[in-house]
Design a protein around this ligand. Sequence first.
Ligand code: T3D
Length: 263
Amino acid sequence: MSKLVIVERNGDCLVIRLNRPASMNAITIGMHGELAAALELAKDETLRSVIFTGNGRAFCAGQDLQETLAEDSPISDFGDHLDRYYNPLVRAIRALPIPVLAAVNGVAAGAGANLAFACDIVIAARSARFIQSFAKIGLVPDSGGTWLLPRLVGPHRARALAMLGEPLDAETAHRWGLVWNVVDDEALLDAALVMANKLAALPPSGLALIKQALDDAMGTSFDEQLNVESKLQRVAGASPDHREGVRAFIEKRAPNFAPRSSA
Ligand code: T3D
């Protein structure tokens, strides 16, 4: 049976590739099962990053609408469906202590767009398009979209994206800050792997704390966040990685950070 999600290790990086190209990698319950298994593998402490991408000409077209519409559809209550599948998926992505990259290789629609935005860094192929397709079928942006979009692009752009459901091309998504960079289609995976390698050379404990600090900042006041920074900097400052980073700087040599599993 062909896999709905292809998971490959590339050095320290786990590449998770959605694999239903004929349906633009639309997500089915079967695919959710394989994604959950892939995210379990991503907890391996020898990994330093994860890349999500898609097989074929799309990143992901969101929920598979054939599955939704089927007479014997297993989906009766969409709220339950989110609770059972999409929410655990994006929660698992956000909870990973290592950098998670989205290499968006074409259209990212509905939950597929918000899956990309749930990642830490988004790299887009020039052919990428981001679509909040929900309004067109009478739904609400999900998979964290209503929380992420206003924070990423501001409230008015978020409203226009969500209410119009019009495609946003890669360059505009870049200008609006949804995307870190845009590369030629054929260079996408290499660009993501180069970034993954750069991240793997940085202290893993520090990167995990940076993720935690930025996540906390989404729900705190400036003053509260200063306390979060003190708390996390206390941990970071006492870490062997910090001492090694400073020593390497002073001694003008490359740092030798501890592997994640021993940090
Ligand atoms: O709990 C719940 O279930 C609610 C959760 C909802 C989460 C969501 O994600 S809701 C949003 C669902 N997604 C969409 O509404 C997007 C629908 N797709 C499109 O708008 C377009 O297909 C695209 C903009 C993504 C791509 O357009 P285009 O012109 O490049 O390609 P196409 O010809 O429309 O699609 C190619 C094939 O993929 C086609 O199949 P065919 O005719 O060649 O056999 C098309 O039906 C299929 N496809 C695309 N998107 C989906 C899909 N099949 C099933 N589900 C899809 N979402």
